[in-house]
Design a protein around this ligand. Structure first.
Ligand code: GRG
Length: 303
């Protein structure tokens, strides 16, 4: 969707992502040991260690480092945002929600462990996320830890992820305006991405100005993430069906391509990357490189 400027400092983005993701995987593995009762911990580990892209924890760590914090300050928070993300996927896949059988190419949690365990695994991960930040963060002031917990809590609750899911459920089969679609996605998808970035900046000791800039950056990439998701849905199903119109252009589900057309959605995505990058101009270019590339990665990802 978007152009990567050749004037940017050389930066091995793939290597960066892989290194950070490996650290997160190790920390997540340690955060949820396989203990009694084995079934619940097996179910939590099954989804948590199922090979997601780890975009949210990497954003969290990158943001911490951008404001001068050591990556270690943000690792418990990076794990927590991935725990919240994972639990939202487990619950989203349930028969009473999207009723999906597959996630990341594997049976969904309720398919593998049953519905009761899947609900409890989600609940346990949500609870652990907040416990983990409070219990495992070191060398950060209590004020910053509390600010992070408040930020994440508000992103997840009834004015955040839950709000987005609620409005989404209620809009099924109805005509949705662009404003309503934006409300759904800002809450369902963008708020957790925003919290990941903002919490990273808080844990890293960022100033109010820095945290504010990072929030603006995050708002753009949060929405961008969903616009690209919608575009991918259409282009992927077009390829699969060998048709010119993908599934979201022919079903009731509201998407950006449906409301703006594919080209409109692509232009919107390009605008969002440009805005995100603009916020980074405040920071040292070399230090901001990971977040610059992360924005482009979100714009150009194929999965
Ligand atoms: C959060 C308390 C609480 C309840 C859950 C079900 C629900 C409320 C919200 C749904 C949230 C949801 C599923 C949003 C979609 C987010 C999204 C775009 C997921 C895909 O993220 P990727 O591409 O996935 O980062 P991977 O697999 O790479 O981790």
């Amino acid at each position: 969707v978007v152009i990567t400027k050749t004037t940017e400092p050389l930066f091995e983005f793939k290597e960066y992502m892989a290194t950070k993701a490996k650290k997160v995987d190790k920390a997540l593995n340690e955060a949820v040991p396989l203990q009694y009762p084995k079934k619940i911990h097996r179910a939590m580990r099954y989804s948590l260690l199922a090979g997601g892209k780890r975009v949210r924890p990497v954003l969290c760590m990158a943001s911490c480092e951008l404001v001068g914090g050591d990556e270690s300050l943000a690792i418990p928070t990076a794990c927590a945002v991935e725990m919240v993300h994972t639990m939202s996927l487990i619950h989203d896949d349930l028969p009473c929600m999207d009723n999906d059988d597959l996630r990341r190419g594997k049976p969904t949690n309720h398919k593998a462990f049953g519905e009761q365990t899947a609900i409890l695994a989600g609940d346990a991960l949500l609870s652990l996320a907040f416990e983990h930040i409070a219990a495992k963060t070191t060398n950060v002031s209590p004020e910053c830890v509390v600010r992070t917990i408040v930020e994440l809590g508000s992103a997840v609750g009834s004015l955040g992820l839950v709000a987005g899911q609620m409005v989404d459920i209620h809009s099924e089969g109805k005509e949705v305006t662009l404003r309503e679609l934006e409300y759904i996605h800002v809450n369902k998808t963008a708020k957790l991405l925003e919290a990941s970035v903002v919490c990273g900046a808080i844990m890293g000791g960022g100033s109010e100005i820095e945290v504010g800039k990072m929030r603006k950056y995050a708002r753009c990439i949060g929405l961008l993430f969903q616009v690209v998701d919608d575009i991918l849905d259409v282009t992927k199903s077009s390829e699969e069906l060998g048709k010119t119109a993908g599934k979201d252009l022919v079903t009731d589900k509201a998407t950006y391509p449906k409301l703006m057309g594919i080209d409109g959605a692509k232009n919107f995505a390009a605008e969002l990357v440009a805005q995100a990058v603009e916020e980074l101009a405040y920071f040292d270019a070399a230090k901001a490189a990971p977040l610059y590339y992360l924005a482009n990665y979100i714009a150009n990802r194929q999965t």
